[in-house]
Design a protein around this ligand. Structure first.
Ligand SMILES: NC(=O)N[C@@H](O)C(=O)O
Ligand code: NI
Length: 161
């Protein structure tokens, strides 16, 4: 199997695929009598024929090396994974090449980072690396499956750097 080596998640590296939701160097605005910093409008939500919904995902943790045999995408909506714990998790994405995913890239988040996949971006399913795999997920609520899956003929093995 081809190996994919994880890299640290950064806004620049992830930009073709989505947004990294993390604190800015300084807040956009101080609120609540100056006791809270608002880091404003960090991700682009985009829904076709639907609305934003907030769900909780409680996912089984995986481990590295991780066998990647499936990526998916949501043609009608963006999808944000917001961890409810500080634990790093695995984020896998791939560019689209004539309707199929190209070579995937794998990122490891740092504590305090969340992500938002742009609409129709190939990605691995929610992949916590420790328990509890508890995430808030902001994605599209609307008609239709809003899901396209791609199974690789030859799975990849994702390994840590
Ligand atoms: N299917 C579902 O709700 N979750 C996936 O979209 C995922 O990215 O984990
Ligand atoms: Ni998804």
């Amino acid at each position: 199997m081809m190996r994919i080596v994880t890299e640290p998640l950064s806004a620049n590296a992830f930009a073709p695929f989505g947004d990294v939701i993390e604190l800015k160097d300084s807040p956009d605005k101080l609120i609540n009598q100056g006791l809270c910093g608002r880091h404003h409008d960090l991700a682009e939500m985009d829904f076709t024929n639907g609305r934003a919904g907030i769900s909780l995902f409680n996912a089984d943790p995986r481990s590295l090396p991780y066998v990647l045999d499936l990526v998916e995408r949501h043609p009608d909506g963006s999808q944000a994974f917001i961890p409810m714990t500080p634990a790093p998790f695995l984020v896998i994405v791939a560019a689209d090449e004539a309707g199929k995913p190209g070579t995937p890239q794998a990122f490891l988040t740092a504590p305090g980072q969340a992500i938002n996949f742009h609409k129709n971006t190939w990605h691995g399913v929610l992949t916590p690396l420790s328990a509890p795999g508890l995430f808030a997920v902001v994605d599209r609520i609307g008609p239709g499956a809003n899901l396209e899956e791609f199974w690789f003929d030859t799975p990849y093995t994702v390994v840590s750097a």
